[in-house]
Design a protein around this ligand. Sequence first.
Ligand code: FES
Length: 105
Amino acid sequence: MKAMRYRIKVGSLNDIPERLGKTVKIGPNEIAIFRLANGDIRAIENRCPHKGGVLAEGMVSGEYVYCPMHDWKINLKDGKVQAPDFGCIKTYETEIQNGEVIVIL
Ligand code: FES
């Protein structure tokens, strides 16, 4: 059986500032949404695997976010922590439809 997928509107694209994160809560999931400099949207789990830093408050550079607590560098596309640190966080698919950002769970 195919797992059920949910498409959740999380707000207007214009409400997400470029290269800054926005926190959204969907049920028990806290998700950080980012708009990259090239206009792409990324959605990741909002919790650093190191000590729980809030990633939506991190600095975005290219395809990466830097955790605001101890500067771990995390790939926004696949959720992988970059060496010399290690670990992985969950990433979510996104879509933009009529100017609305949609996260697919
Ligand atoms: S909590 Fe994110 S780097 Fe330490």
